[in-house]
Design a protein around this ligand. Structure first.
Ligand SMILES: [Fe+2]
Length: 284
């Protein structure tokens, strides 16, 4: 897996493209947030299903598909997925009917190129242990006990998934407003795994690379240092770890936090060309 370090890009900077790579769902629009540009396989993208979209044939996909509904709603096999609902459909999961009456935008990850095949998969291909067919995250309670005590002042988690074999995990992560580093000093930190972040709401301030607003996206490669970080507005993030369970490696040198850092992202060349800073809408 060689998806490039991406910290961070606002999804609003990316163009909508017709169809989904791999050839399935030609009538959707997608924004590709992260993929190996040389050999598109696993990816994270936004998928926009137009109003009235439907697919009625029995088929499956040769990749795990994970999604969080950002806007609108979609119906799959009789389940209605509305705002912030979540699913993890393993490779080979059979879709008999899919539709979106009023349209939807889904934050979506694929574990491989999403090749669509008609009919049922070979039985051994489908690992039902991985299936999470529906979570209504709006009805879950935030759990502060799940947050790393290093960062825990007021943050909380809604767990979505932990892979039974790899420990890779997806969750929602919220911070209250005014989470200010003590004395405005805080170290940088990193991880031994890849951390992926999508800012659903609020603002996350990276002292070293800018203010991330709603739509901010991160593919944080293992061992790369960032920070310090904090928030004045508070935020609600979708977070995923890749290549292992979550850990935090915190540096020993405290650095000065700043609330209006210039946008200085670390991006692959094709994103650097189009990246635009987040502009906070006035609240007066
Ligand atoms: Fe992190």
């Amino acid at each position: 897996m060689t998806r490039p370090h991406t910290v961070f890009i606002q999804a609003q900077s990316l163009p909508w493209r017709r169809g989904l790579y791999g050839g399935g769902r030609p009538d959707v629009r997608t924004k590709m947030l992260s993929v190996d540009p040389k050999k598109p396989a696993d990816s994270t993208c936004l998928v926009r299903y137009p109003k009235g979209w439907q697919r009625r044939d029995t088929h499956h996909v040769l990749a795990h598909e994970e999604f969080l509904v950002l806007e609108g709603s979609i119906r799959i096999n009789g389940i209605d997925y509305g705002t912030h609902s979540y699913a993890y459909l393993p490779a080979g999961h059979v879709r008999k009917a899919m539709s979106s009456k009023n349209g939807a935008v889904l934050l979506t990850t694929f574990s491989a190129k999403p090749v669509h095949e008609s009919g049922l998969p070979a039985r051994a291909f489908y690992d039902k242990r991985l299936l999470i067919d529906y979570i209504d995250t709006l009805s879950m309670a935030w759990d502060a006990s799940l947050a790393d005590p290093v960062f825990a002042a007021g943050v909380a988690i809604k767990p979505l998934r932990t892979d039974p074999d790899t420990g890779e995990t997806s969750f929602l992560y919220t911070s209250p407003a005014h989470r200010i580093p003590k004395g405005m000093l805080k170290p940088k930190w990193t991880h031994s795994m890849i951390e992926e972040i999508y800012c659903i709401d609020g603002e996350y301030v990276w002292g070293d690379c800018g203010v991330m607003g709603p739509g901010g996206y991160v593919w944080w490669r293992e061992g790369v240092w960032h920070g310090p970080a904090g928030t004045i507005a508070g935020y609600n993030l979708w977070v995923r770890t890749v290549n292992g369970p979550l850990d935090n490696i915190v540096g020993s040198k405290a650095e000065r936090m700043t609330w209006n850092p210039k946008y200085r992202p670390k991006l692959p060349a094709h994103l650097k060309k189009i990246a635009k800073p987040y502009v906070r809408p006035p609240n007066y």
